[in-house]
Design a binder for this molecule. Structure first.
Ligand SMILES: Nc1ncnc2c1ncn2[C@@H]1O[C@H](COP(=O)(O)OP(=O)(O)OP(=O)(O)O)[C@@H](O)[C@H]1O
Length: 251
């Protein structure tokens, strides 16, 4: 198997030494194989977003090293990190982050337009991504004219249109009702299984987490527990609830 992500003994301390310093991540390590679907869970303030932001190249680690697809983040300057981020990573956020004055097509095309991809190629790639996500019929609409579920599918199409090595998702079902959340998780799970997209997702929702192939439970900035998917999703869901009951809940 090939590792897509190596997180090696990382620590993240906010602020400088003394009373203002706060260590949100402590000596944390894990490896993610290509094609895995990893979920990160843990109580509020345990360091989930901090961990995701360091992997997203948005925040430097204080100690340790992060390697994505063989490239060490600490070896790059700001400009290189920005290029790396736009080429190798895809992002999905809780609140979709779509641009309201752009159509669904233009939103999905954005990562390609920013890289000066030729227009016919953009058109073909957006068609392909939107068909994959079942939204090829709404490409001319604007975000205000589509449902929450369609907005999140648009956001996923945008996150995948440049074929990133790693898809990072921060609470992607947080703003969706339970029906749309389940549809979204089915979609992410299909993309992971059929297109072999590697997904790293922060979630507090046990049902969303049950679609993952592996879960890391973070507590006080460290990996407290790890859970591998069971034979059935229902069984995995039960096991997740048991872990959360033992640690006092996800939030
Ligand atoms: N910029 C910052 N400066 C100082 N401390 C911070 C900063 N960002 C986060 N922290 C602290 O680091 C700890 C971890 O925060 P983080 O946002 O990673 O937690 P989380 O697990 O994502 O929480 P939640 O589930 O509530 O989003 C918290 O105690 C938080 O107050």
């Amino acid at each position: 198997m090939t590792a897509i992500l190596n997180v090696k003994n990382i620590s993240k301390t906010y602020g400088t030494k003394g009373a203002n310093a706060y260590t949100a991540i402590r000596n944390l390590s894990f490896t993610m194989e290509k094609g895995e679907f990893i979920g990160i869970m843990g109580p509020s303030g345990s360091g989930k977003t901090t961990l995701l932001n360091t992997i997203a190249t948005l925040d430097p680690v204080t100690e340790g090293e992060i390697i994505i697809g063989g490239t060490s983040l600490s070896a790059m300057n700001e400009e290189q990190l920005s290029d790396f981020r736009s080429q190798q990573l895809g992002f999905i956020f809780q609140d979709f982050n779509l641009l309201e004055n752009m159509s669904v097509f233009e939103n999905i095309a954005l990562p390609l337009s920013l890289r000066n991809t030729a227009v016919p190629r953009i058109s073909a790639t957006v068609q392909q991504a939107s068909t994959l996500l079942g939204i090829s019929g709404i490409l001319e609409k604007f975000p205000a004219e589509i449902s929450g579920g369609q907005k999140q599918r648009t956001a996923i199409a945008r996150a995948l249109v440049h074929n990133p090595a790693l898809l990072l998702a921060d609470e992607p079902t947080g703003a969706l009702d339970s029906t749309n959340a389940a549809i979204l998780m089915e979609t992410l799970s299909d993309l992971n299984k059929e297109q072999k997209v590697s997904v790293l997702m922060v979630t507090h929702d046990p049902l969303s987490a049950s679609y993952c192939s592996r879960l890391l439970f973070i507590k006080d900035g460290e990996i407290d527990q790890e859970l591998h998917a069971s034979n059935s999703r229902e069984q995995f869901y039960k096991e997740i609830l048991e872990v959360l009951a033992g640690t006092g809940g996800a939030r």
